[in-house]
Design a protein around this ligand. Structure first.
Ligand code: PRX
Length: 651
């Protein structure tokens, strides 16, 4: 978490250059005008955006129906996300885009594919027909567990074309995690691949699906893309090859006319309990939000080549690799593999090779590259770049400056974009041709977004000050619920303050009204920009026969932002030591996925608790971040003295 004292000393500011502002989609004047309208009348602002940026089959009767905490946007309207991402670029005055690159894809081994809008449209129609032929109907859930290959985008757009909500599970999640998500959403069909490439080797996906499907009676069909050619087991009657079912599928499939509130996708994210939440997004509002923010914040032009490095398995990939860019008719780049393969300059060579002009990535990646040195990016021609973005976690001003100097060559504006899986699209960000930036600040809320800072009692902090980040008016891309759990939706997001969305982040606002995001204030860790709940890791640990009790905290880490530290109290029968450390780390990776693997496991005979039995996390956090330990601690720690010292304070 950045230190507020040092952040507030940050005085550097960067004005948009006149050249950038002159050509910007939103200049100062438009931005100010929209800001005024959005502040006074957010529904009128969003209705204007919906009319200008999205195509509708039937207009709405009412812009917003708000019965807190349930919102409906564009009530009565009909549209289709796949239609907006494809068909509208093939007709009328946009017909020239038929042969424009929609997706430029590069595989880790160096193979590549370019799909034009017309080609992508054909593939999507064919796969939509395949889904229909397998009995997938409007409203049925489809799970996508795939590597970063074009078929993933094709499958998403095919689902949205027929109104079958997709649930994408990041390929790094384990069989257990996949099975839980499939069952929670009751998915009927799973799309996967034999595997994908990472760090120079093929990893398997179908075998993980096979293991998960032992526990998921709801799944009737799996469709498998051949990517690596590694042998896979096939169950007849259930498993089908993508290339075989696609071979004779028709390339005509009209986009379903869907209600604006028809479910578009479910995406699972971590919360403060052991079970991930299925965040639900719907059609018209989400589409309006991502299309508008993409156009304004990424300043997209038809000549641009845009690359967002996120995996599509996360919200950033949904909104700003696929839906936002394609709905704007942009060229979006997808890269399959690791940033440092085969050499540590792979990303910079990709920028040079494809002439990328807009680049969007995470601070954790920037910090990794800082460590690798300036020579790697300097050895490449990055002159095609004109705009940079960051997302996922707070960026420290020095990393921002490096990004500005070494990647942007002091020429490119940087948009630091704050948002969440739940918000659907960007909420706080600079508009590059209009807003002066400050390293480390996400700057100002997007027009029409009523972000604010509240104190513990729910009073708005006036002017400069810190507190909890909230949103006081509904917005079109907001989550519509947690799949199958209304109560949790109400309590998590709307329970702390009346009719106000509680984001779970701490924030500070400076004199100029700029937001400085301080990070999570709940028991959710941000590991390399990805959310992992401490409770999830704890329940994975206690499911091991060797563990009596576990408490998990985050500690600051120079590269990943946060590293996971687990305090484990072993059962009497267990033998704490390096072997058990290894076993437990592997166990967590197996239960959740490699991203949740603890960096450190420390054994203790008892966890420090308050009199009322609450684990003293603050104490554990201090211990985890304060004391240098060489590798894993395999001896038992005794917290009793420290715990007694802190007891009164924590109770
Ligand atoms: O803590 C904030 C952090 O990421 C959380 C949301 O995580 P997730 O739903 O996985 O979505 C990440 C990508 C949108 C937030 O609660 N976060 C996201 N963007 C920023 C950020 N923290 C600081 N600055 C940001 N720009």
């Amino acid at each position: 978490m950045p230190d507020i004292e040092s952040l507030l000393k940050e005085k550097r500011t960067f004005k948009p250059s006149p050249e950038f502002s002159r050509q910007a989609n939103w200049n100062k004047r438009t931005t100010n005008e929209y800001r005024k309208l959005g502040a006074k009348n957010p529904t009128r602002f969003w209705a204007k955006m919906a009319r200008e940026n999205v195509e509708w089959f039937t207009p709405w009767k009412k812009v917003l129906d708000w019965k807190p905490p349930f919102a409906k946007w564009f009530v009565g309207a009909k549209t289709n996300v796949s239609y907006n991402c494809l068909d509208r670029h093939l007709e009328g005055e946009n017909a020239w885009r038929r042969n424009k690159a929609a997706i430029i894809w590069e595989g880790e081994p160096g193979d590549s594919r370019v799909l034009t809008y017309a080609e992508l449209h054909r593939e999507v129609c064919r796969f939509a027909n395949v889904l229909k032929a397998r009995g997938v109907k409007k409203g049925d859930r489809v799970c996508l567990y795939m590597p970063m290959i074009p078929e993933l985008a094709i499958a998403m757009l095919a689902c949205s074309r027929i109104g079958a909500p997709h649930s994408i599970v990041f390929g790094g999640f384990s069989a257990e995690a996949l099975a839980d998500r499939i069952n929670d959403a009751q998915a009927k069909l799973v799309v996967t691949a034999d595997g994908g490439y990472r760090k120079g080797t093929a990893f398997a996906l179908k075998t993980t699906v096979d293991a998960a499907l032992e526990k998921t009676p709801c799944v009737e069909t799996t469709i498998v893309v051949k990517r690596t050619g590694e042998p896979v087991a096939f169950r007849s009657g259930r498993d089908l090859w993508w290339h075989e079912v696609m071979a004779d599928a028709s390339t005509r499939c009209p986009a379903a006319k869907l209600d604006a509130e028809h479910p578009l996708f479910i995406l699972y994210t971590s919360g403060t309990t052991g079970n991930p939440k299925g965040i639900l997004h719907t059609t018209g509002g989400y589409l309006t939000h991502v299309t508008t923010t993409f156009k304004a914040i990424f300043d997209i032009k038809d000549e641009d080549v845009y690359w967002c490095t996120a995996d599509i398995g996360w919200i950033t990939g949904h909104s700003y690799v696929v839906y936002g860019p394609l709905s704007n008719g942009a060229t979006t780049v997808m890269y399959e593999g690791t940033p440092t393969h085969p050499g540590p300059d792979r990303w910079w060579s990709l920028i040079e090779k494809w002439g990328i002009s807009i680049f969007y990535t995470a601070p954790t990646a920037i910090r990794t590259f800082i460590r690798l040195g300036d020579e790697l990016p300097k050895a490449h021609d990055l002159s095609s770049l004109r705009l940079l973005g960051t997302v996922g976690e707070p960026i420290n001003p020095e990393a921002w400056m490096w990004y500005h100097r070494v990647i942007g060559r002091r020429r490119c504006p940087i948009v630091d974009t704050w948002w969440q899986t739940e918000t659907g699209g960007i909420m706080i960000s600079a508009i590059p041709g209009a807003v002066e930036t400050k390293p480390g600040s996400a700057t100002l809320p997007f027009p029409g977004i009523h972000a604010d800072i509240f104190d513990e009692e729910g009073k708005a902090v006036k002017g400069e000050g810190g507190g909890f980040l909230v949103v006081t008016h509904p917005w079109p891309g907001m989550l519509r619920g947690i799949w199958g759990d209304k109560k949790r939706y109400k309590e998590t997001y709307w329970g702390k303050y009346k009719d106000t969305y509680f984001a779970g982040d701490g924030a500070h606002r400076d004199k100029a009204g700029y937001f400085w995001i301080m990070g999570r204030i709940d028991d959710v860790m941000n590991i390399s920009g990805h959310r992992i709940g401490t409770m999830e890791v704890e329940s994975a640990l206690v499911s091991s026969p060797d563990v009596a009790e576990a408490a998990v905290v985050g500690r600051p880490d120079e590269i990943t932002g946060t590293a996971i530290v687990a305090f484990v109290s072993p059962k009497d029968t267990a033998k704490p030591g390096p072997d058990l450390v290894d076993r437990l780390k592997r166990h967590v990776a197996q239960e959740i996925g490699a991203i949740a693997r603890p960096a450190e496991i420390r054994f203790t005979n008892a966890l420090p608790k308050t009199r009322s039995g609450k684990i003293m996390r603050r104490l554990l956090r201090d211990i985890a971040s304060g004391r240098e330990v060489a590798g894993d601690t395999s001896t038992l720690e005794d917290f009793s003295v420290l715990a007694r010292l802190r007891e009164s304070e924590e109770d």
